[in-house]
Design a protein around this ligand. Structure first.
Ligand SMILES: [Cu+2]
Length: 353
């Protein structure tokens, strides 16, 4: 009840203020002061029309300069450079167009403010104007679309045959990695084979799996194409390696991939940034649950010799887990046998029929 009275009181106070304002206006109109006041306000508004955008533009330029200290370092991959070039080209075009159109907008509001005796001119139609403002944006957009499309296919086209393959698997809440081993061929996998030891569901009936090894971090060579084969075990995750300008979703049941060529080793980056603590990293960039923040995976870029040495020193999964018997495999085989028997019965029945 008290609230209702308060609300009514506020409404009444506003109504009274409004009435006072109207009375004051009527009095000034009757006295003939009204016109002069309107002129004064018009001039003030017209001047604000150029002052405010000017202040805004100066603030934006200052802020953009300040923000550069939060920018990522120059891209450490071949395609990253192309992505950045595209980004800055598009941003440049957008800023230019923004300045041109908004300068015109505010200038016209200032230049053609109300003046006694001035009449607005009116064009019912102007074909030249129509053609100009249709063709100009069409040309600019076409350039942007074709340029963007070219960069897209440079990045997302087929991976080179000689790319180093790394499998990256997202799960709540960690990344697991697998390398193809000496034969350079990743063995197959099946989600039904996942258990406490074989976290990636590697299928060891497939001979190509024998030398596959898992690693706690991603190690890749510099200046050679690398192919990430990406999958997820439970929910959506996303592989994000900002220094390489790399981002690709990890989707359960739908393997994805991304290929790129790193250009700077971790050591070179540390020297360049003057930061001995620097590490490349992969972060999950798809909110995947309450442990999402902890999905960080270190990435180490080595030169060719160091990389070969590291690769040769890794032990295959089967060698690390000599007692590993794949319970999932047995179960799969059983299932296959049952299916085969059923199939046999069917064919036998069909023959009789
Ligand atoms: Cu995640």
């Amino acid at each position: 009840m008290a609230n209702l009275i308060l609300l009514l009181a506020i409404v009444l106070i506003f109504a009274i203020l409004l009435m006072l304002f109207r009375i004051q206006r009527l009095v000034s109109v009757a006295k003939g002061e009204h016109k002069e006041k309107v002129d004064g306000l018009n001039n003030l508004n017209a001047n604000l029309m150029w002052i405010l955008p000017l202040v805004g533009t100066i603030a934006a330029i200052w802020y953009s300069g300040e923000a550069t200290k939060y920018f990522l370092p120059e891209a450490s991959s071949v395609h990253g450079q192309k992505t950045d070039d595209l980004f800055w080209f598009s941003t440049g075009v957008i800023i230019l167009m923004f300045l041109v159109t908004n300068s015109a907008l505010f200038y016209f509001a200032y230049r053609y403010r109300y003046k006694k005796g001035r009449k607005a001119s009116f064009f019912p139609e102007n074909n030249k104007l129509e053609i100009a403002w249709t063709i100009t944006p069409a040309v600019i957009l076409t350039v942007l679309v074709f340029y963007g499309n070219k960069v897209w296919w440079d990045i997302m086209g087929d991976p080179p045959k000689n790319a180093e393959v790394v499998e990256i698997v997202g799960q709540q809440f960690a990344w697991k990695t697998r390398y193809p081993g000496k034969d350079k061929k990743l063995g197959s996998y099946d989600f039904r084979l996942i258990d406490a030891v074989n976290e990636l569901g590697i299928n060891f009936e497939n001979k190509e799996s024998d030398d596959d090894f898992v690693s706690g971090k991603v190690v890749i060579p510099a200046n050679r194409p690398v192919l990430f084969k990406i999958r997820a075990k439970d929910v959506l995750h996303s592989v994000f390696a900002p220094h390489f300008r790399l981002k690709m979703d990890a989707v359960p049941g739908m393997p994805t991939q991304f290929h790129f060529t790193p250009t700077k080793t971790t050591a070179e980056m540390r020297a360049e940034l003057n930061n001995p603590e620097f590490n490349y990293e992969i972060a999950c960039t798809e909110i995947c649950g309450k442990g999402h923040y902890s999905m960080r995976l270190l990435v180490e870029v080595l030169d060719e010799t160091e990389y070969q040495k590291w690769y040769a020193s890794q032990e295959p999964f089967l060698k690390q887990n000599p007692d590993y018997t794949n319970r999932g495999l047995k179960w799969l085989r059983q299932k296959k046998n049952v299916a085969n028997k059923k199939e046999d019965k069917k064919t036998a029945q069909a023959k009789i029929d």
